[in-house]
Design a protein around this ligand. Structure first.
Ligand SMILES: Cc1cc2nc3c(=O)[nH]c(=O)nc-3n(C[C@H](O)[C@H](O)[C@H](O)COP(=O)(O)OP(=O)(O)OC[C@H]3O[C@@H](n4cnc5c(N)ncnc54)[C@H](O)[C@@H]3O)c2cc1C
Length: 483
């Protein structure tokens, strides 16, 4: 890379991350170095509120071989396993480095929310006509997940909520109104649930402090306990003799071996015909070609009591820079997350953090004071934790078969479903289903609980496919421009 291009990259990254820092070159170099140094999950993560009621599986001896190994036990691994068990007769072994569902899925905010007007406008700017397809893919998750939980009788606090986007900055509010207008014009049916409250119009009804409110946008979303959903699903899948999960089993290496792979783990080696990477932010630890192209960003969540709200609602608070999110559990507690921009490095220092065993003090302090500032009510932080979200520079997941040039290994039996940013609840399930169906065979499928009918290429946006060509195009400076 020439000096000019490099300087350009440095400039655009920092400009666009809007870090407003003067130590740009050092900051950029540190960021590059962090995101390009894949590190496996730490063994002593912070404990999320959802994990207070833990799902435990006693360790079993590892088999010498299996048909398919899925690495990672979050929502993505769960949807791949669920789909394969429905559509094939394969033996599946899921390997998890830590406790079951202890990654992002077991520590997220539980918000199933597609901010359709914002997503659509961002997709339209970047992908033109494909924007509609990308948006529909995201929007489809809410109904599909609620339907699946209903059908499987999974109790995971899953519920529809009335969601409110509150804007604390005048320009952000003007931009939001423009986006609503574009979305209503281009996709009127999908925009049918949106209600706009200009200025302080909605503040009294929704108990928002008018001092900080430029406007509110209301529409539908959902919320749940993600950990309860996924671990309950594993409880069901375990009844199938073709499926086993092995927690406490870190995959350390993968080698091509004849017509399959030898997978080395912290508990021994297993031979497999196919290997699926459902490791989100950690994918590059086992896929050398993705180094610097998928990496974690650390997020923070708290549970707060005492808000005194009634009814089931959720909120996003959009500021001049960054946003926070809140949902109200059926029992009344608030799940409050975000604040990434409040870190000492204005958010940049949370990029490329490969550990979820600690908290950033300023983000933790900020989240503790957020509810009181935005709403006229006081809360107490009961629990706070962090987690790693897998980011890609184009903010879209990697889905599909991995080319040998990315894995550095012979054989076409490796797959990926990873890189869901902070939006796994509206991206990861169907990405995992797509990979499951691709492995089972590219056919015309019937609609069933959690699995759409038709052929995968009809409903999976092609922009999500993980090709070497796409990966080569990606640079961390693109991420700066998008944020
Ligand atoms: C703090 C936080 C808040 C969030 N809030 C929301 C939200 O409200 N709404 C939303 O839509 N999304 C949210 N997200 C994002 C969402 O949680 C993720 O996008 C989604 O859970 C990713 O699921 P996954 O299955 O791909 O990855 P994960 O759930 O992270 O699962 C990957 C698993 O792979 C395991 N693993 C990694 N490497 C190895 C290895 N070498 N060997 C064995 N196992 C390995 C990890 O331990 C982990 O359990 C949030 C994320 C975080 C961190």
């Amino acid at each position: 890379m020439g000096l000019l291009t490099k300087l350009n990259h440095i400039y655009s990254t920092l400009q666009a991350l809007k870090a407003e820092l003067t130590e740009s070159k050092t900051t950029f170099n540190n960021l590059q170095s962090r995101i390009s140094t894949p590190t496996p999950p730490v063994s002593n993560p912070t404990h999320s509120h959802w994990q207070n009621d833990p799902f435990q599986i006693p360790p079993q001896p590892l088999p010498p071989s299996t048909d398919i190994i899925i690495i990672g036990s979050g929502i993505s691994g769960a949807s791949i396993a669920y789909t394969l068990l429905r559509k094939s007769q394969c033996n599946i072994l899921m390997l998890e480095a830590r406790d079951v569902c202890s990654g992002a899925t077991g520590r997220n905010g539980g918000h199933i929310k597609c901010s359709a007007y914002m997503e659509y406008c961002s997709f339209k700017d970047r992908f033109g006509e494909s924007a509609r397809h990308l948006l529909r893919f995201q929007k489809r998750h809410m109904g599909l997940l609620l339907g699946l939980m209903g059908e499987l009788e999974i109790e995971a606090e899953a519920r529809e909520v009335e969601t409110l986007d509150i804007f604390t900055d005048e320009k952000a509010w003007e931009d939001a109104k423009r986006m609503v207008h574009v979305f209503r014009t281009d996709m009127p049916e999908e925009a049918g649930d949106i209600v706009v409250f200009d200025g302080v119009d909605g503040c009294q009804e929704y108990r928002v402090n008018p001092e900080h409110c430029y406007g509110i946008i209301k529409y539908k979303a959902a919320a749940l306990s993600p950990y309860k959903f996924i671990t309950s699903l594993y409880g069901i899948l375990q009844q199938n003799d073709n499926f086993a999960i092995s927690p406490g089993t870190m995959v350390t290496q993968i080698n091509a071996n004849g017509d399959g792979y030898m997978v080395s783990t912290s508990r021994g080696q297993i031979k497999a015909v196919q290997v699926v990477h459902a490791t989100d932010g950690f994918a590059a630890t086992l896929i050398p070609g993705l180094e610097g192209k998928i990496f974690p960003v650390r997020g923070h969540v708290t549970v707060q009591s005492g808000c005194g709200f009634d009814g089931s609602r959720s909120w996003c608070i959009h500021h001049k820079r960054g946003f926070d999110y809140i949902s109200q559990r059926p029992g009344g507690e608030l799940v409050v997350g975000g604040g990434v921009i409040q870190s000492p490095g204005r958010g940049v220092d949370e990029f490329g953090v490969w550990r979820d065993d600690g908290l950033c003090y300023s983000i933790r302090a900020y989240l503790g004071g957020l509810v009181e500032t935005i709403f006229e009510t006081q809360t107490k932080v009961e629990q706070a934790w962090s987690g790693c979200m897998g980011f890609t520079p184009d903010l879209l997941p990697f889905v599909g078969r991995l080319e040998e040039s990315l894995t550095g290994r012979k054989g076409g039996g490796e797959w990926i479903s990873a890189g869901f940013q902070g939006e796994g609840m509206v991206l990861a399930w169907l990405s995992g289903v797509a990979v499951g169906l691709m492995i089972a065979g590219d056919e015309e499928y019937q609609d069933e609980a959690g699995i759409p009918g038709g052929r995968v290429k009809e409903w999976l946006p092609r922009e999500l496919i993980c090709s070497k060509e796409r990966v080569d195009r990606l640079s961390v400076s693109d991420l700066g421009v998008l944020l």
